[in-house]
Write a protein that binds this ligand. Structure first.
Ligand code: KIV
Length: 265
């Protein structure tokens, strides 16, 4: 069982093999992600909502992320562990570097993820120049949804789409290894995917991405409230957690997920 690396994900992109990614917040689920062949285990700050019961990701702290990342690391042997830098933990280059190193040293993160383009690009450059592997995140930014226009499909207007394409290129040029695109039109995601060499992982970004990510609790149908349109309950049809995760991986791999009903124009 060979460990997944950013280089291996790039090779998958070049070979046209789709990448399966899911969130994980503890060792047991991390184990089942690995067993099902998930390539990327994302310790997302979505844990603020699905584990901690907050209304947004903003209350999540560095201590929370270190704790959950370390739990996941004990359960995962093969998947690449990507861990979110939480809200306001990467406002300045040195602060971002200190916090990224903490996630790597104490939480055993292999890649850190941070949200946004524009000024965040300089932070990404600061991290990658010092040996910290980075995953970018554009489109709907959960840490910013409380800001005007935050909680809707992003990049529908031509100027916003162009800005996102430029941000994506700038993140790649700054050394990012991966890019997550959340809730954007499928055609824009495809354009960004084709213009980058690094893998593009979509959530609500349609089928024309190099891989897909979903919140684990959504695919198990246990997130309270309404399931997001871009997600699917894989447990309902399979009857067990390991089978649900395997079904998700198979559906991503052979292009059955996401379908048109999970995507935005
Ligand atoms: O925190 C998270 O789970 C995420 C995914 C929604 C991509 O960032």
């Amino acid at each position: 069982m060979e460990a997944v690396t950013p280089a291996a994900l790039r090779a998958m992109k070049r070979a046209g093999r789709r990448i399966a990614c899911l969130t994980a917040y503890d060792a047991s689920f991390g184990h089942w992600l690995d067993a099902a062949g998930v390539e990327v285990a994302l310790v997302g700050d979505s844990l603020g909502m699905v584990v901690q019961g907050h209304d947004s990701t903003r209350p999540v702290t560095m201590d929370d992320m270190v704790y959950h990342a370390a739990c996941v690391a004990r359960g995962v042997r093969r998947a690449l562990r990507v861990v979110d830098l939480p809200y306001r933990s990467y406002q300045e280059p040195q602060q971002a570097l200190d916090n990224a190193c903490r996630l790597m040293d104490e939480g055993r993160a292999q890649v850190v993820k941070l949200e946004g383009g524009g000024p965040v690009v300089e932070i990404v450059r600061h991290l990658t120049a010092r040996g910290v592997p980075v995953c970018g995140h554009l489109g709907l930014l959960p840490q910013s949804v409380e800001e005007p226009g935050g909680y809707r499909v992003q990049g529908r207007e031509p100027a916003a789409a162009q800005r996102m394409l430029e941000d994506a290129r700038a993140l790649q040029a700054a050394g990012a290894d991966l890019l997550v695109l959340e809730c954007i039109p499928s055609t824009l995601a495809g354009e960004i995917r084709r213009s980058l060499q690094i893998p593009v992982i979509g959530i609500g970004a349609g089928a024309d991405c190099d891989g897909q990510v979903l919140v684990l609790y959504d695919i198990l149908g246990i997130t309270p409230g309404r399931r997001p349109r871009f997600s699917e309950d894989f447990l309902a049809a399979t009857g067990s957690v390991p089978a649900a995760i395997e079904a998700y991986v198979a559906a991503v791999r052979d292009g059955r997920f996401p379908g048109p009903g999970h995507s935005f124009d």
